[in-house]
Design a protein around this ligand. Structure first.
Ligand code: ZN
Length: 398
């Protein structure tokens, strides 16, 4: 089949009167209608604005309904999974045809049910549970350590290179698509700081070697410069958050070709509305302290040509509800100075770089995941929320 578009955002460029051809759920050719020969049945979207399906490259499909990490472990796995299924459907409604989950104990199961066609949802790429050092960002500092070590927490705690190798092998065995590690402290963890580095060089190398050996990319939660450098110097593929990126970090991005996933949306929501939504005091304080540096870091990274992908860090509760993930595109335009076309690229072709499969833009070889919007994002970036139809693998699913 072939799709004729009014305005086509391919994820790389904008083509007025664009056309693309789809075979077996994948794109085989894209371009101007004059240049691309029709093949099979026509899908006539010649009055529509068409974009690739959006990708949220950093979220948590974990069914959370609170901003307090202590509550994340209070529900049963069955409740969490049921809510994550509802969230997956909502993400698809909002035009997110691919998501990268970077920390959840239910996302592997949800992914499997979606892949089997049993429930509706985006393509899910997941790390399973994230990996943290003891006392690190993934630890729950207020619980007795034995409880967290017994699996009550939100991450697996490992220390030393042997445990790092073992946990990476376990994630592969679980069926994870990628590995998520923490190389700095964070905002919602109580007793660490975003500026502090976590894990040693040897530990990061061990994690990365084991993951890469089996084709799993490695994502690192990294907010302060020392932990960003530790991640990039030891082979990590994507830097998550990146509050305090400095010149040396920018050089390392250029050297390694790593992708930056800033997650402005959760920072914006915590700073503007977190207090009413039960964000713990330490989280509010740390977010307020880092907000300005964070947005400036994204501007500097953009100027330096670092590939920047959309990721919201949304986890499910009202403050950061799935379905509102297009906020990240709006913030890139309104607060950082992306053009609307650049924001669509960040949410499609660039975000697609973060997962080990052919998604993210309408280019030959990629899955034919695309949307129609009620208006052109170049007129108003808010139009990215006005999703009027969703196609996944060439099939209309919404
Ligand atoms: Zn996150």
């Amino acid at each position: 089949m072939y799709v004729d578009c009014g305005t086509l955002f391919s994820g790389h460029e904008v083509i007025e009167g664009g056309r693309f051809v789809v075979e077996d759920g994948r794109v085989t050719a894209v371009g101007d209608r004059e240049e691309i020969d029709p093949d099979g049945d026509q899908i006539d979207l010649s009055d529509e604005v068409v974009t690739p399906g959006f990708v949220d490259a950093h979220l948590h499909l974990k069914g959370a309904r609170s901003m307090d990490p202590m509550q994340w472990i209070a529900g049963t796995t069955a409740e969490d999974a049921a809510r994550a299924v509802a969230d997956a459907e909502t993400l698809l409604d909002a035009g997110f045809t691919t998501v990268r989950d970077v920390g959840s104990d239910v996302a592997i199961g949800v992914r499997n049910a979606i892949d089997a066609g049993e429930i509706d949802g985006p393509r899910v790429f997941t790390s399973g549970l994230s990996v943290s050092q003891t006392g690190g960002h993934g630890d729950l500092h207020m619980l007795p350590l034995e409880w967290v070590e017994d699996g009550a927490g939100i991450s697996t705690l490992v220390d030393g290179t042997d445990e790092c190798r073992r946990v990476a092998r376990e994630r592969h065995r679980d069926g994870a698509d990628l590995l998520k590690i923490m190389t700095t402290g964070g905002v919602l963890s109580e007793k660490d700081s975003p500026r502090e580095a976590q894990f040693t060089d040897e530990e990061v190398t061990a994690l990365v070697e084991e993951a890469h050996r089996v084709g799993m990319p490695v994502a690192s939660h990294a907010q302060g410069a020392p932990g960003i450098k530790r991640a990039l110097e030891n082979g990590v593929d994507t830097i998550e958050h990146g509050f305090h990126i400095d010149e040396a970090c920018l050089d390392l991005f250029a050297e390694t070709g790593a992708t930056f996933v800033p997650t402005l949306a959760i920072m914006h929501r915590i700073v503007t509305r977190g207090e009413e939504h039960g964000v713990p005091d330490h989280g509010l304080r740390k977010a307020r302290n880092a907000r300005e540096a964070h947005f400036e870091a994204v501007e500097r990274a953009k100027d330096a040509g670092v590939p920047i992908a959309t990721g919201t860090d949304f986890i499910g509760p009202e403050l950061v509800a799935h379905g509102e993930n297009a906020l990240e595109l709006e913030l890139l335009v309104e607060e950082v100075g992306f053009t609307p076309t650049e924001a669509v690229a960040a949410a499609t072709s660039v975000a697609g770089r973060t997962v080990p499969d052919d998604v993210g833009g309408l280019a030959a070889g990629n899955y034919a995941d695309f949307l129609t919007l009620g208006g052109d994002p170049r007129d108003d970036i808010g139009n990215v929320r006005d999703v009027t139809a969703v196609y996944k693998g060439g099939e209309e699913v919404r």
